[in-house]
Design a binder for this molecule. Structure first.
Ligand SMILES: Cc1ncc(COP(=O)(O)O)c(C=O)c1O
Length: 575
């Protein structure tokens, strides 16, 4: 028997082989070019910022060295003259004295527990840019404990009443008394059943019916948090499409699960996630051409700050924060997205955990006039108790196939559809139909007028800030380059306004603010900003720009990195 390797190729063999090689080579080249095209398309669809490049952002974050400004530099990082630095120091120490006087009990209790609550350590550290954080924590003690709520205010442990602008992370849409009532009556409703799990309290049937009416979808699943509802939506989309990847838009928050948080904050790379530019046709081209995309997640809040992460004061290193809401443009964009998803069999998921029930009774779908295949709700929908809800079209909500009994999509949770949560949700959903709530929804237009009025007052007073809003969700932007904008959160607090740990990045109003209460808040915003201006924080040296600030900080970082190379640097953990 003779083997091919010993054969002398006949002219006939080489004639046959040559075209096969050429053909294979051409195929390989074609494939390579196709892959290159897809890769190039993906690169074009990424936002140019670090937020748009998750992997790079995580690498960069690991390189940022810890350093901080001591007592002297704290007040003059912008080379302010002596009198300005002294005015700043005076203002700062006055605030410190005010907080020390007002927050005695609160600060003491906070100090005793902080070492045992990791969440509190995190939020305390990241209220302001890290270079300033140690000094601020040492002097401006605000305390973490609140004792009661009423109307639009909360009262802290020392009895200070503050107007609530935290919105309890968005849970509080209709006012705290509304939720107290939902919880009390909901608990009453399910009292006889108590904490029996697995079986459903009959209130659940009502909730399902109402959620389907509101979402316009076919099926519901209950979860314990918004994060879990999003996880389930993505899992189902992958199961039914048999595709691996999810697409999200740059900067959008969808909870803290790894796949939807591919950048800083997640120790692992999210390999099956595409982060695309919001409101950009390049993103549509990626959706149109890739075959591995199971779903697209949309957080409609991004309409307020496209391609930017949730604005927090810990990243307020200059005045570059920007926000602007254009409802018509965003509605058109969602319409285009809807069309591409339908064409390509991609599941379109609206993550309405924050904005659902806040923008309109039918949520973002109603507000923007676009229907999704799946919608997640959370926060407010359980009348103040913890929850996540997923609504979706029947064919993508199913967790099994009739013809493949072993091929299931598993999702169970011990506390899903907990009777107390269902009771409070039932109360919440029933109240949506009340005249009082309808009136609040009818009056939603007033929030744009209120924002405009505040901006006019700020401009008239020549204060370097403006607000931008998506209805009752506001953010403060700064109009003159400065390194100290984050100080405003402490002036606002001293003026009796409660902010969440992200400070002036996000103010959330409940819809029940009366005109008088709102005017009081606006007055306080103005007086706080005036006090901050008088204390010299917004003094700016000639020629200062946001870019020059960023360049200066980069220089500081390089110096800090060079003076303490990786490995030898003291970790902020230990500080
Ligand atoms: C749009 C969006 N999705 C998901 C989540 C996560 O919800 P939860 O904090 O209940 O897990 C949030 C929370 O802020 C959110 O705003």
């Amino acid at each position: 028997m003779s083997f091919g390797c010993n054969m002398v190729p006949s002219p006939r063999n080489s004639v046959i082989k040559t075209p096969i090689f050429i053909l294979l080579g051409a195929c390989a080249l074609g494939m390579l070019l196709y892959k290159l095209r897809l890769r190039l398309q993906l690169s074009r669809a990424k936002h140019r910022s670090l937020t748009g490049h998750a992997r790079m952002a995580r690498r960069f974050a690991r390189l940022v060295p810890f350093y901080e400004y001591g007592d002297a530099k704290f007040f003059r990082v912008d080379e302010a003259p002596d009198d300005v630095a002294a005015a700043r120091r005076g203002g700062f120490m006055r605030l410190a004295a005010t907080f020390a006087e007002r927050n005695k009990k609160n600060a003491k209790l906070t100090d005793t527990v902080i070492a045992g609550i990791s969440d509190l350590q995190f939020t305390a550290r990241y209220r302001v840019p890290f270079q300033f954080s140690g000094f601020v924590r040492q002097h401006l003690k605000v305390g973490a404990f609140v004792e009661s709520s009423s109307g639009v205010s909360i009262t802290d442990l020392d009895g200070n009443r503050l107007y609530d602008l935290t919105g309890s992370y968005g849970v509080n849409v209709f006012g705290y008394d509304f939720y107290k009532d939902c919880i009390a009556r909901g608990s009453e409703r399910v009292r006889d059943l108590g904490p029996v799990l697995g079986a459903y309290h009959p209130a659940t049937a009502y909730n399902v019916r109402r959620l389907l009416e509101i979402s316009g979808l076919d099926e519901v699943s209950f979860h314990m948090s918004g994060t879990e509802a999003v996880m389930q939506a993505v899992r189902l989309a992958r199961y039914h499409t048999r595709r691996s990847h999810l697409a999200r838009f740059c900067g959008a928050y969808h909870g803290w699960w790894g796949d939807v948080q591919p950048g800083v904050g997640n120790p692992l790379a999210a390999r099956d996630t595409y982060t695309l530019k919001d409101l950009d046709d390049a993103a549509l081209r990626v959706l149109k051409s890739r075959r591995d995309i199971a779903c697209v997640l949309v957080n409609p809040l991004q309409a307020l700050h496209l391609n930017i992460s949730a604005p927090g004061d810990s990243t307020l290193i200059d005045s570059g924060r920007s926000a602007h809401f254009d409802r018509a443009a965003y509605s058109r964009w969602l319409g285009k997205l809807r069309a591409v998803c339908s064409e390509r069999g991609i599941v379109l998921i609206f993550d309405e955990v924050l904005v659902g029930f806040r923008l309109a009774p039918g949520g973002a779908q109603e507000y923007f006039g676009v229907r999704a295949d799946m919608v997640t709700y959370g926060k407010t929908v359980a009348g103040g108790l913890p929850v996540g809800v997923l609504c979706g079209r029947r064919e993508i909500m199913r967790r099994f196939f009739d013809d493949r009994p072993a091929d299931i999509c598993f999702a169970r949770g011990t506390f899903n559809a907990h009777p107390y949560v269902m009771g409070a949700m039932c109360e919440f959903l029933q109240r949506l139909d009340s005249d009082a709530v309808r009136a609040l929804y009818h009056g939603l237009g007033v929030w744009d007028q209120r924002a405009q009025a505040v901006n006019e007052r700020l401009s008239a007073a020549q204060l370097p800030l403006q607000v931008a809003n998506l209805s009752t969700i506001w953010t403060i932007c700064y109009t003159r380059p400065s390194r100290y904008n984050w100080m405003l959160q402490y002036y606002l607090r001293a003026a009796g306004l409660a902010l969440s740990w992200v400070g002036t990045g996000r103010l959330i109003f409940s819809l029940n603010y009366t005109a008088e209460e709102f005017t009081e808040v606006a007055d306080r915003i103005l007086s706080a900003a005036r006090a901050m201006q008088q204390d010299g924080w917004w003094w700016t040296p000639p020629g200062l720009t946001n870019q020059s600030i960023r360049r200066g900080i980069l220089k500081e970082m390089i110096q800090a990195r060079c003076s303490s190379p990786i490995g030898s640097m003291s970790s902020p953990r230990s500080k």
